[in-house]
Write a protein that binds this ligand. Structure first.
Ligand code: HAM
Length: 431
């Protein structure tokens, strides 16, 4: 048994080296969201358990077996670590009456928790960027959200992420389809596996989602929801597709796309790649017009999606994406008593002017400090010895990126303490 305490299985540390890719991803995502007018909302990680049972549905994998639920030891309240963000977002919108005046375009980022079996691309703590729009009923917003995805893949330099689209119709249409589906599967019950038998009466739509090869023929012949849709639902679906076609965005209609959460109606979609193995869905969502009312708000249409950050960051890395050079500008080397008193002031003075400084801590001779300066990736070393300190000067050494101002790497010169920031900034301007 190891002597130190390790992280919980399926909940990962994101270490320096990897974390820079996350920051790059988040920066790209933030400016992308801004360009579509989406505004941030920050939500609690813990919510009352009934919020999720009501929103996601009692008979879903998430609610049945994947939630981290516990009882608040002080007041006995059942609580759950959020397995997704839509329910909490809708709760907040209702609680703060956010859509009384105008519709909202909102986004959130953060940890979600599902007690799934961990594997590549599937974790127990994972991160989502979620996008929700509330108060819009037309197909234009569904289409906007889908086009947003396409633009983000482009912004991230990702290729080969394909769009799958389906419509789930309205509850009444689904109920009629469901009745026929149960009758159909019940007639072929011999071919159903245990999971499907269990779902036959509770959630027969999910049987269509089964990956069991032995059931594929039966599933292929099942009644199709699209044949049960009325004019309005078909027109909505047609409207979404029209915008996608006009934008030249290819998509595949997948009638078996049913999603694992119960709140959806009409449009549902998933963005899928074949580059991540079994967990290839990087983004998924759709319309959920009934949820606001179901959670106690005034009826309001809504539509949204969420993407899996771990999966997308993995794709960005595989595609050879590089975080923007986050290299430090200056490594500050100092030795001697007078020098070491001057050095923190020099460092702060540089930071005041917007220059990033890695301050040498822990003492040591010039030689070992210069080695660290070289290894740090900094553009300059600012070197202060007692000589310099007495003269009110520092030595500026060009470590890399030479040629600016005609300086070769390795060139150094003495500069007055109050001139050092100007000298560096002038060098930038010339570069
Ligand atoms: P979801 O399909 O459950 O939808 O999750 C969205 C995305 O989160 C998935 O496509 C996947 O990329 C990522 N994801 C889910 N579970 C895991 C996991 N265990 N490990 C790593 N990544 C995971 C929702 O959560 C809905 N709230 C989306 C939505 C928003 N619908 C409307 N608005």
């Amino acid at each position: 048994m190891s002597q130190y305490i390790q992280s919980v299985r399926g909940m990962n540390d994101i270490l320096p080296g990897e974390a820079e890719f996350w920051e790059l991803f988040e920066e790209t995502v933030r400016s992308w969201l801004k360009s579509y007018g989406y505004r941030p909302i920050r939500l609690p990680v813990v919510e009352p358990t009934p919020l999720f049972t009501r929103a996601i549905g009692e008979v879903t994998d998430i609610v049945e077996k994947e939630m981290y639920s516990f009882v608040d030891s002080l007041n006995g309240e059942p609580l759950t670590l959020r397995p997704e963000g839509t329910a909490g977002c809708v709760r907040a919108v209702i609680q703060h009456n956010l859509i009384a005046q105008q519709p909202q375009r909102l986004y959130y980022m953060g940890q979600m928790f599902r007690h799934e079996r961990p594997q590549k691309g599937r974790y127990r703590q994972f991160h989502q960027v979620g996008v929700e729009s509330l108060g819009f009923s037309g197909p234009d917003i569904d289409a906007e959200q889908i086009l947003m995805g396409a633009r983000l893949w482009d912004d991230l330099g990702l290729q080969g992420i394909k769009l799958q689209l389906n419509t789930l119709g309205q509850p009444g249409e689904r109920a009629r389809h469901r009745g026929d589906l149960i009758a159909y599967f019940a007639a072929g019950a011999d071919a159903l596996d245990e999971d499907a038998k269990r779902r036959l009466h509770s959630n027969p739509l999910r049987i269509l989602d089964s990956k069991n090869p032995a059931m594929q023929d039966l599933i292929a012949g099942a009644p199709k929801l699209i044949d049960y849709l009325g004019e309005t639902s078909l027109a909505h679906f047609g409207g979404v597709q029209q915008v996608l076609r006009d934008a030249g965005l290819p998509y595949e209609i997948n009638p078996r796309l049913v999603r694992g959460l119960d709140y959806y109606n009409l449009t549902v979609f998933e963005w899928v790649t074949d580059r991540l193995g079994a967990q290839g869905t990087v983004c998924a969502g759709g319309r959920y017009d009934g949820l606001v009312q179901q959670l106690g708000g005034k009826p309001a249409p809504a539509c949204g999606f969420a993407m899996g950050v771990e999966r997308l960051v993995a794709l960005v890395r595989d595609a050879g994406g590089e975080p923007a050079a986050s290299g430090i500008d200056v490594y500050l080397v100092h030795q001697g008593e007078a020098a070491s008193r001057l050095a923190p002031r020099v460092a702060e003075g540089l930071r005041d002017r917007g220059i990033d400084v890695l301050f040498h801590c822990g003492g040591g001779g010039f030689k070992s400090q210069m080695k660290k300066a070289d290894a740090s990736g900094a553009t300059f070393a600012v070197i202060i010895g007692d000589d310099e300190a007495k003269a009110g000067e520092v030595t500026l050494k060009y470590l890399r990126g030479g040629g600016r101002q005609g300086m070769q790497d390795g060139t150094q010169k003495r500069v007055g303490v109050d001139k050092i920031a100007d000298e560096i900034l002038m060098d930038w301007e010339e570069a």
